[in-house]
Design a protein around this ligand. Structure first.
Ligand code: 1PR
Length: 523
């Protein structure tokens, strides 16, 4: 029996699922006594440091937790479950951590995108039983803006390189904690978890061929989901956002099955977009939550869900906040939520007033669940102009002239799945959303969606240059070379595709094989 410390701030479902998939049962802590009675305690910290410490204090967990740690009983901390062990965090410097290990938690001060999101390797500094059976150069999934700085080098188990060399796991006796998420790290993560659960493995120090670790470029499989005319929830695929063929919604398969297939084929992440979410209320749309629950039971890579994340008043007049909608998705197994239409309205309101309210969906969800949990999905369409002065938008010169020979264009934001164009450009939207707390940009392109013509490199460069958060390039992938192009001609951290995977034109494995000696990916 494994005891899991859940303080209610994020996706602990995946940790439970991962442990259960290894044949163990999980008891979730409901009182301080549960902590003291634990045989093995897993603490998957999610969200923001200050919020976590506040809840731990309110629930009176601090004392039992400290007693448990001091007694050197088996403990696995994950992400904030590592950071909590230190004295304090720059994320909330007025709040004390547990102080079990001397040191601080600091924000990345580097010239790269922050949060550090994705699959990165480990430099092994010591041997540990949790490394038993790992293959050489395995990568693990990270998602964080802060990292620990230990005053005691003796506890450092691994480091990872990302603009600097930072501590990615520690061990002090039976207390082990990782900055990465084993429960989201595919087979390598499951193996590491299993080693912790079984406590029988010999301590090993895996071989390492490179002197530094490198963040992998991610390949993301995207499943656009909606009800078809028979009322079944299906994976569909648009052609420039038009998902109907001969009047019927294209049906490319069942969401749970396809997600599982992509996980097995090596997808680094899976995104579900409820594409009619702008008109449905997701909390009434229980099948979508059920899809997440089922998927997260055996898909151990990050899951993002988008569609309908906004405030909502139901037919009985009950008001739901976007935060409540997101919370339900996190509880059902999502690691990140993606906000589309609402982000445009939020940015417009911000630009009009010039100040933040603190109450928008982007701000609220980022505050409670952390910036990394908030993706902003942009659905832009190219608009040609003759000169940059023609419009008050972020205009770029283009190598693909317009129908009348126009040499410039801007990217108009749309809402409601491309149905309505707004007076806002994609570059400005991305910048405003970063300011409000978004952790990542999912950059679609209506002109390229479903065309197999390749990613819109000009769009991706314009947006990536304007923000410091990671950008996911999306729309238009038609062949393996397109992934190489997007990773070498732009600063995109990941590339998302749908049609070529659904239609089995190019398996994910082939994309990775092609990139193997050209671009760092997870094998
Ligand atoms: O506005 O917050 O409710 O969110 C709705 C979400 O649904 C948004 O993220 C929006 O992008 C998405 N969406 C809405 N309508 C459509 C549609 O297709 N009619 N899908 C839609 C967007 C675009 C990509 C697609 C890539 C790759 N799909 O996600 O998967 O373009 O496709 P490809 O590789 O086949 O080219 P809200």
């Amino acid at each position: 029996m494994i005891t899991l410390l859940d303080y209610g701030a994020g996706n602990v479902r995946s940790v439970i699922n991962a442990i259960e998939s290894l044949g163990e049962t999980v008891n979730v802590v409901t009182s301080g006594e549960d902590i003291l009675a634990a045989e093995k305690l897993v603490f998957p910290g999610v969200g923001a440091f200050g919020n976590m410490m506040r809840i731990l204090r309110e629930k009176k967990y601090i004392e039992p937790l400290t007693t448990y740690l001091r007694a050197d009983r088996p403990f696995l901390g994950i992400c904030l479950g590592l950071q909590v062990l230190f004295d304090y965090s720059q994320e909330a410097s007025d709040v004390r951590g547990l102080g079990f290990i001397a040191g601080a938690v600091k924000r990345f001060a580097i010239d790269l995108s922050v949060p550090h999101i994705g699959w990165n390797g480990l430099n092994f500094k010591q041997s540990s039983r949790i490394f038993a059976g790992l293959q050489e150069n395995e990568k693990f999934y990270f998602v964080h803006s802060y990292h620990v700085v230990s005053d005691d080098p003796g506890v450092v188990l691994t480091t990872t390189d990302y603009g600097c060399e930072f501590v990615s796991s520690i061990q002090k006796g039976n207390i082990i904690a990782t900055q990465f998420h084993p429960e989201k790290s595919g087979r390598a993560g499951l193996r590491l978890l299993q080693n912790f659960l079984e406590s029988t493995a010999e301590a090993v120090r895996p071989a390492q061929s490179a002197s530094q670790t490198t963040l992998a470029k991610r390949i993301i499989a995207c499943l656009d989901v909606r009800s078809n005319d028979q009322g079944d929830l299906v994976v569909t695929k648009g052609d420039r956002y038009d998902v109907r063929e001969n009047g019927h919604v294209r049906n490319l398969g069942r969401p749970v099955e396809l997600a599982r297939r992509y996980y097995q084929e090596g997808a680094d992440e899976i995104t579900f977009l409820n594409i009619t979410g702008f008109r449905d209320f997701p909390l009434e749309d229980m099948p979508m939550l059920e899809i997440l629950r089922q998927t997260s039971r055996n898909v151990f890579v990050p899951l993002t869900i988008g569609g309908g994340i906004r405030d909502y008043t139901d037919k009985d007049g009950r008001h739901y906040t976007a935060l409540e909608v997101a919370a339900e998705y996190f509880r059902s197994g999502a690691d990140k939520v993606s906000i589309g239409s609402d982000a445009v309205l939020i940015a417009e309101a911000y630009l009009e007033t010039g100040h933040r309210t603190g109450l928008s969906a982007v701000e609220e969800i980022a505050r409670v669940y952390g910036n990394q949990a908030v993706v902003v999905s942009i659905d832009p369409r190219r608009v040609y102009v003759r000169s940059p002065e023609e419009v008050a938008h972020a205009v770029i010169p283009t190598t693909l002239p317009g129908p009348d020979g126009e040499g410039y264009c801007w990217y108009q934001c749309t809402v409601k799945g491309g149905r309505e164009g707004r007076d806002l450009d994609a570059v400005t939207l991305a910048q405003v959303c970063e300011k409000l707390g978004a952790g990542e940009i999912l950059l679609n392109c209506i002109d390229r969606d479903g065309t197999n013509l390749g990613f819109d490199i000009e769009l991706i460069n314009a947006v990536a240059a304007a923000v410091s958060i990671p950008v996911i390039a999306s729309s238009g992938a038609g062949k393996v070379e397109h992934f190489h192009e997007v990773f070498t001609a732009t600063a995109a951290e990941s590339a998302l595709a749908a049609g070529i995977f659904h239609r089995r034109e190019i398996p994910i494995g082939n994309v990775k094989k092609y990139l193997a000696d050209k671009v760092e990916t997870r094998r």
